[in-house]
Design a protein around this ligand. Structure first.
Ligand code: GLA
Length: 389
């Protein structure tokens, strides 16, 4: 594939000069949803699907962008002297936002570049294709411009900064961290309150991780996401009047129950309850996994979905259909929505010899209930972003 992308690069931009190649994965979160902006824990992993990129430094201030996935968009152009988000810039707002962030953080980018990408993450699937493009651009910039003293964690923070301040999405750190710091066959247990993390080997003997993509267009997703954040922030400030905490992640379930009446609205109370319980559930899930108890891990995944459905209300008919049908299928250890919700994907742990039947059964019921097809992917856990050797 590398040769094909290089030929395509030469065809689009002309041959010559030094080409460099990079890869950034997508991610799936196994448990710990909507906890990363509440000072809680998450448990994501990088995937072997992701975004491949070919780059070449230029001598002027121009930047050119081409995606093999969106040939109709053609070559998009930008300039180092005009780093602003623009509607017509489409997906190139991600790399431009990353360039802007490096400069904001005091690094020198003295010339533009040509960039060609090819992504294997299904679009708008909730597997972080946008964070993948951000991290791809970040590792490329660091390498192309010889920028020193920027760690992989810094790069994750830069990606979050670009999303928050350039692209206007108020996301947490999970996606960028998972993509930048991913490790083959491991999930990352990350405490988002202080960025302490540890790798946890995922040994699923005789089981597979299966992702079901709802193919629902997200639409209102981003505004709802910001709305949930705001609800949690208000609930936190109400709780802070009666208990000394910095984030919702500081509370145990018992502490939450003792103080919840400080939250003056029933809906906000449920939002906060999810954040608190999901964080504790994630800690427990990692603990049981360490002891090899995949069955209990699966039960906690199921409980996570119920909380996201009933308390946090970010699932919707499509994700609920996929998960509730998965729960009925043979050989399913656990199943839940993953990512922001409101569309996107579910993640299930399925016994290997039941995977085909799982896909058939869940796929058939989904199509007859929702009216269009879901896509299924049996995925592997891969390494984080870096040079594509
Ligand atoms: C999106 C955001 C993450 C996280 C998840 C929900 O993927 O980008 O920061 O908040 O939603 O867990």
């Amino acid at each position: 594939m590398k040769q094909e992308l290089i030929s395509k690069f030469n065809e689009i931009y002309g041959a010559g000069g030094e080409l460099r190649t990079y890869f950034a994965p997508g991610r799936v979160n196994l448990i710990g949803e909507h906890t990363d902006y509440n000072g809680g824990h998450v448990f994501p992993c990088a995937l072997t699907i992701g975004t491949y990129g070919v780059f070449r430094k230029r001598t002027d201030s121009k930047m050119r962008f081409y995606s093999v996935n969106f040939p109709d968009a053609g070559v998009l152009e930008g300039d180092l002297n005009d780093l602003k988000p623009k509607k017509e810039a489409g997906w190139s707002n991600y790399p431009v936002g990353m360039v802007w962030t490096f400069i904001e953080k005091g690094h020198k980018i003295d010339a533009g570049f040509d960039m060609l990408i090819y992504g294997t993450i299904p679009d708008a699937s909730g597997l972080s294709s946008s964070a993948s493009v951000h991290m791809l651009t970040a590792v490329a910039i660091r390498d192309l411009y010889g920028i020193e003293g920027v760690s992989n964690i810094d790069i994750a923070l830069f990606g979050q900064y670009a999303e928050n301040h350039f692209n206007g999405v108020n996301c947490g750190i999970m996606d960028q961290f998972a993509i930048s710091m991913g490790k083959k066959d491991n999930a990352i247990y990350l405490d988002t309150s202080n960025l302490e993390y540890e790798y946890a080997p995922i040994k699923l003997d005789g089981m597979k991780i299966v992702i079901a993509c709802s193919n629902k267009k997200r639409g209102l997703g981003d505004s709802k996401y910001n709305e949930r954040r705001a609800e949690c922030e208000t609930a936190l400030s109400e709780l802070q009047k009666v208990v000394d905490i910095k984030t919702l992640g500081d509370l145990t379930e018992e502490e939450f129950e003792a103080h919840k009446d400080a939250i003056k609205d029933e809906v906000r109370q449920r939002r906060a309850r999810h954040a608190v319980y999901e964080n504790q559930r994630t800690k427990r899930a990692v603990e049981v996994l360490k002891h090899g108890d995949v069955e209990e891990f699966g039960r906690l995944m199921n409980a996570s979905h119920i909380s996201l459905r009933d308390d946090y209300e970010v699932t919707g008919k499509e994700l609920d259909t996929l998960v509730e049908e998965a729960w009925k299928a043979d050989g399913v250890v656990g199943s839940r929505m993953t990512g922001a919700g409101f569309g996107g994907c579910t993640v299930s742990i399925v016994k290997t010899d039941c995977v085909d039947n799982f896909i058939r059964q869940v796929g058939t019921v989904y199509e007859s209930t929702i009216g269009y097809k879901a896509d299924f992917y049996v995925v592997e856990i891969g390494d984080g972003a870096g040079i594509w050797e």
